[in-house]
Design a protein around this ligand. Structure first.
Ligand SMILES: [Zn+2]
Length: 415
């Protein structure tokens, strides 16, 4: 691998648009918000320093001259702005006395256009020294630049001994993976299958970084594939395959793990017969809404989706990120499907149901027996009340639950 440095002004980046592939398969989904895009153009106009990009030169007979290893968002933002795709913020400060607020590219005067076109980016061009080098070394660099993981990690695990390795290899062949958008290049399926197994062993969101998976392969070297966890992993994947029988473009590398956790919790805790179709329909709708939200003006975006988006972009294998993404999906799923019932015939609402009820009711008491229902109740200071009492056959579902303040709840249960 050979690296060389170039300085290309924005005008050249614009000219090269057709010959650059910004989405080689190892790239992450677009994550920049409108605010970040505006900030980049503003920084360029002010001549501020912007981090360098990495491009990988392709062989002569390829469709594209370059693949972007790092710098995808910067590049697409420049193209989008020059094509009139968005305007600068209404709160933008003038640049050297020239007003820029709310301007689109077409509104720029000669001075602003000159500043934009002449601004130069540092580009590191990656070339393969010999024909024996392959794309993998470049991917390796990309993964290290992005989040410190490496390609070889799963390959190394596949070379380990023990029954965990055999189990993960078997699970990676499950037909559900064929429904996903991503391919199995460099053992992606094995990697995800290992993460799913790790989560299933823990029974809750835990860190599933390479080091955690390595530890699992070592500690579970006599793992029983026909045991409780092994059976459960297969059951969840069978369930997901029934939900998504066909190739589904929304099933991406970054959301399949959370979807697995959601399905796993449905199977454990809720009456799940025939919920496959509901889950699939909800998931497609959720992804459609999320993608549409990303295109919106910064001020009108859904704050929770912005946060979800952030969680899918950084440290995605950390326990906290997985837990918050699962919580987000669960809450939305239960709001969309309020009739899903707990398997356990107790009258206790699950945490996920409680959260959906609390959000739906705006944290306010719905009983209004002693209070007037205007006070916003703190999370640890309310009761999930069965609208139709459990003793009268009322179900423990989000639809049959409501927020009650302690006083009203006490009065209701005593009347
Ligand atoms: Zn009350």
């Amino acid at each position: 691998m050979r690296l060389s440095k170039e300085r290309y002004p924005v005008s050249v980046l614009k000219e090269l648009q057709a010959s650059i592939d910004v989405r080689p398969e190892y790239q992450r989904p677009m994550v920049w918000t409108l605010k970040q895009k505006r900030l980049l153009i503003d920084s360029i106009l002010r001549g501020y320093d912007v981090p360098k990009m990495y491009w990988h030169r392709q062989s002569q007979n390829s469709e594209f001259e370059f693949h972007v290893v790092d710098g995808q968002q910067r590049l697409t933002t420049i193209w989008e702005f020059c094509d009139g795709g968005f305007a600068l913020s209404k709160t933008s400060d003038p640049v050297d006395g020239i007003k820029t607020a709310k301007l689109r590219y077409a509104d720029f005067n000669t001075e602003l256009k000159k500043r934009l076109h002449l601004y130069s980016f540092d580009i590191v061009i990656v070339e393969e020294a010999t024909q024996n080098d392959d794309e993998d070394e470049v991917r390796e660099m990309f993964l290290r630049l992005q989040n410190g993981t490496t390609l070889k990690a799963q390959e190394k695990r596949n070379a380990m001994t023990g029954s965990m390795r055999s189990f993960v290899k078997e699970i990676a062949q499950h037909p559900f993976f064929e429904s996903c958008k991503f391919s199995n290049s460099r053992f992606t399926y094995d990697h995800i299958a290992a993460q799913m197994t790790c989560l299933e062993i823990a029974g809750e969101p835990v860190s599933v970084r390479d080091s955690d998976l390595n530890r699992m392969y070592e500690e579970e070297s006599d793992f029983d594939p026909k045991g409780k966890v092994g059976k459960k992993v297969r059951r969840v994947l069978d369930y997901l395959k029934r939900a998504f029988p066909d190739h589904t473009r929304e099933l991406e590398r970054y959301n399949v793990i959370t979807l697995y956790s959601l399905a796993s919790s449905l199977i454990d805790n809720y009456v799940h017969q025939n919920t496959e179709q509901k889950l699939a329909e909800w998931f497609i709708a959720f992804e459609t809404e999320r993608r549409a939200d990303m295109e919106k003006d910064e001020d009108s975006r859904d704050v929770q989706l912005v946060e979800y988006q952030r969680l899918t972009s950084y440290s995605t294998d950390a326990a906290e990120s997985l837990a918050k993404r699962l919580e987000h999906m669960q809450r939305r799923f239960f709001l969309a499907e309020p009739d899903i019932e707990l398997i356990d015939p107790t009258r206790i609402f699950s945490e996920a149901q409680r959260l959906a009820i609390y959000r739906r009711d705006g944290a306010r008491c719905q009983l209004r027996l002693k209070c007037d229902g205007t006070e916003k109740l703190k999370w640890d200071h309310w009761h999930a009340d069965h609208i139709k009492a459990h003793s009268n056959g009322g179900k423990t579902t989000v639809a049959n639950g409501q927020v009650a303040c302690p006083d009203c709840n006490f009065l209701k249960s005593n009347s």
